[in-house]
Design a binder for this molecule. Structure first.
Ligand code: NAD
Length: 321
């Protein structure tokens, strides 16, 4: 039997990853500060623990795991990452987790160690034109991420790559671009735009109005969680270290994303633009490197994933009433 460790297994992507690895027949240990919020974990063993603590990390990595997925991070959508007041916590908490988990993996000679970085590492100066953002992997330097969340990701990427160079560890680094899907935060402040827009559309009567932060002309691409897992697992088992983008190339404006959610819901709503935290003006995944190195890139159309996400959020709303 193969052994996998998922750090952040109580979170959105980590929970989906545990399910996927169980389907493949792995023995899976999950670790997180909390259990998954929306359904029971399928992990064989689930440790509730704080990975900022090196002793907890030693306990979690108490054997040689074939695959370790380090997804634990202090994170959220624009309403959490771009408001300024969480910067110190984000940098302190996530850096400690990465330092401790990676060192514990080194001591136990872990097989492969995957790290989920983010498109937030890309410099702000290449993302000012909403129609032509540059997020090619080789455009990272000179570094100028627009958030401290991005700076921490960049530091930690370098940490995983340094352990690869200096200790010969098989580390893998992916840069996720806006992952979405069911079983993720959809209310409460940490939710990201696809979930927030689906919720707003679902809770508004036909003919009503929803609010969007900014003018809605900022662009992004969104990747459905199953495709994210496929890319992450392929990268982990490949010979390529990364960093490499894992994202969709289907770039849309936030207004278009809202329109798509309305279309799925069969509602016509007007949009009121209000001030709010925004992030960069434009961002899109560049998938040339992943296609070249892994012979694969995500292909699901945005609508397909959004239909599944909308249906799930509508169900959550109904159940909460
Ligand atoms: P999430 O917030 O749902 O999951 C992260 C999990 O880490 C949470 O369950 C949290 O409790 C756990 N965690 C935080 N601090 C911890 C600690 N000290 N000890 C133990 N567990 C701790 O986020 P997600 O969307 O599932 O993201 C997973 C990873 O992917 C994160 O590293 C994130 O930065 C990265 N990422 C996600 C996206 C996205 O669009 N979702 C985009 C880019 C990068």
């Amino acid at each position: 039997m193969k052994y996998a460790l998922v750090c952040g297994a109580g979170g959105f992507i980590g929970h989906h990853l545990v399910n996927r690895l169980k389907t493949e027949g792995f023995f899976v240990r999950g670790v997180d500060l909390k259990y998954p919020e929306f359904e029971a974990t399928r992990a064989d063993d689930f440790m509730v623990g704080d990975l900022r603590d090196p002793l907890i990390c030693r306990e979690a990595v108490d054997r040689r795991f074939d695959e370790v997925y380090q997804l634990a991070a202090d994170m959220g959508g624009a309403g959490f990452v771009f408001v300024g007041v969480n910067d110190a916590a984000i940098m302190h908490n996530s850096a400690l987790v990465n330092l401790n988990v990676l060192e514990a993996c080194r001591k136990r000679n872990a097989g492969r160690v995957f790290y989920s970085s983010s498109a937030c590492v890309y410099p702000e100066y290449n993302q000012k034109d909403p129609d032509n953002p540059n997020c090619a992997e080789d455009s990272t330097y000179p570094a100028a991420p627009d958030s401290d969340y991005g700076w921490e990701k960049l530091f930690s990427e370098r940490l995983y790559l340094a352990y690869h160079r200096n200790h010969g560890m098989q580390t893998r680094v992916a840069r996720y671009h806006n992952i979405f899907g069911p079983l993720g935060a959809w209310t409460g402040g940490r939710e990201k735009s696809p979930a927030a827009l689906c919720r707003k559309v679902a809770e508004t009567k036909d003919g009503g109005e929803i609010e969007i932060w900014g003018d809605g002309k900022q662009t992004r691409s969104f990747l459905y969680v199953d495709e994210c897992l496929e890319g992450s697992i392929r990268l982990t088992r490949s010979d390529f270290t990364g960093p490499v983008n894992i994202g969709s190339e289907e770039m849309v404006t936030i207004n278009q994303l809202a329109g798509l959610a309305m279309d799925i819901a069969g509602k016509k709503l007007s949009i009121k633009h209000i001030p709010g935290p925004l992030g960069v003006r434009g961002r899109n995944s560049d998938n040339r490197l992943i296609q070249d190195k892994l012979g694969w890139k995500p292909s699901w159309p945005l609508r397909r994933g959004l239909e599944k996400t909308y249906a799930w959020i509508e169900e959550q709303l109904r159940a909460s009433r």
